[in-house]
Ligand binder design. Structure first.
Ligand code: GDP
Ligand code: MN
Ligand code: MN
Ligand code: MN
Length: 261
C-alpha cells in the first residue's frame, strides 16, 4: 500500500473543480482511493462564512455565556449560533459543543474550522459530503478515462481531522465516501485458531482517512489530497453503516442523561 500526496494544488476557491485540479497534477489509476480533506471540499463549495452571517439568538448567547464562565475565555455567541445552525442536535453544551451535524456526523463545534480559511472567519463542513465524494469521483473517472461499466473503479473519501473520546489526540475520519463500502465485515471469517469472529466490523474508510491524514498534515503543508494505491477492499461483505442509530448508541444515551455543572 502506498500513499502519495498530490503536489502543487493551489489555494482552493469557490467553484473550483477539485477532480480536474487533481487529475491535472497526478495520474489516477484503476483501484486507487483518493482522500480529500473536507477543508478544500468546503472551500470549493463556497462554505466560507463570517461571524456577521450568524446574529446570535437567545440560545446561542446563553450557551456562549456558560462556556465563557466555565473556561474564563471570551466566547463569541455568533460562533455558538453558527454551530447551532449547522447541527440537528446538541449532544453536550458544556464544557464544549458536541453536536450532530445535518449529515449525521457527531463532532465538536459541528466541524466548523477556523484554520486555513483566508479572508473569512469560518469554514463550515461540506453540506452533504457523500454527494461531494460522488461528484469528485465522477470527475476523476472521466478525467482518467476509467469506466465502471468495464469493471474499473476509483473511490473517493472526504475526510476531516476530528477528536475522539477516551484518548488524547486527533486523527482523520471519513465524512463521506463513494466507490467503496464504509466498512468491512469480518464476522463469520476465522482467526488463526479457526475460531469464527462474531463482532469485528472494520471501518475501512476511517482507517484510510487516518493513514492519509499522516500525509496530509494539519498546518501549512498544502497537501489536502492523497492517492492511496495498491490497497483493495477485496471480495468481502461490507456496509455503509458508519453513523450509529440513536437507538443502539449507548454512549449517546449516557451523554443525554448527564449534565456538566
Ligand atoms: P481538515 O482536516 O479537512 O480540517 O483540513 P486541514 O485544515 O487540516 O488541512 C489539510 C491539508 O490541506 C493541510 O495540508 C493544509 O495545508 C491543506 N490545505 C488547506 N487548504 C488548502 C488549499 O486551499 N489549498 C491547498 N493546496 N492546500 C490546502
Ligand atoms: Mn476540519
Ligand atoms: Mn486536518
Ligand atoms: Mn485484534
Amino acid at each position: 500500500m502506498h500513499l502519495q500526496a498530490v503536489a502543487d494544488l493551489p489555494e482552493i476557491r469557490p467553484g473550483d473543480d477539485l477532480a480536474a485540479l487533481i487529475a491535472d497534477r497526478t495520474t489516477v489509476e484503476d483501484g486507487d482511493v483518493v482522500t480529500i480533506a473536507s477543508t478544500v471540499v468546503s472551500k470549493a463549495e463556497g462554505r466560507q462564512a463570517d461571524l456577521t452571517d450568524f446574529p446570535a439568538g437567545p440560545r446561542a448567547r446563553e450557551i456562549a455565556g456558560r462556556l465563557e464562565d466555565l473556561s474564563g475565555e471570551e466566547k463569541d455567541p455568533r460562533f455558538a449560533q453558527a454551530v447551532l445552525e449547522e447541527s440537528t442536535e446538541l449532544v453536550t453544551d458544556a464544557p464544549f459543543l458536541l453536536t450532530e451535524t445535518r449529515f449525521g456526523h457527531v463532532c465538536v463545534n459541528a466541524g466548523i474550522d477556523r484554520s486555513n480559511v483566508p479572508d473569512h472567519d469560518l469554514l463550515l463542513l461540506p453540506k452533504r459530503p457523500t454527494e461531494s465524494a460522488e461528484r469528485i469521483r465522477t470527475g476523476l473517472l472521466e478525467a482518467s478515462n476509467l469506466d465502471p461499466d468495464d469493471g474499473e473503479n476509483v473511490a473517493v473519501i472526504v475526510t476531516d481531522t476530528c477528536g475522539r473520546p477516551f484518548r488524547f489526540g486527533q486523527r482523520g475520519v471519513a465524512l463521506g465516501w463513494a466507490g467503496m463500502p464504509a466498512s468491512r465485515d469480518w464476522r463469520g471469517e476465522t482467526d488463526r485458531d479457526g475460531r469464527e469472529m462474531g463482532v469485528t466490523v472494520q471501518s475501512v474508510v476511517d482507517e484510510l482517512s487516518s493513514a492519509a491524514n499522516l500525509v496530509t498534515g494539519e498546518g501549512d503543508d498544502g497537501t489536502p489530497a492523497v492517492v492511496v494505491r495498491d490497497w483493495a477492499f477485496g471480495d468481502h461483505e461490507g456496509s455503509d453503516n458508519l453513523f450509529r442509530d440513536l437507538d443502539g448508541d449507548f454512549v449517546r444515551h449516557a451523554l443525554r442523561d448527564w449534565r456538566y455543572d
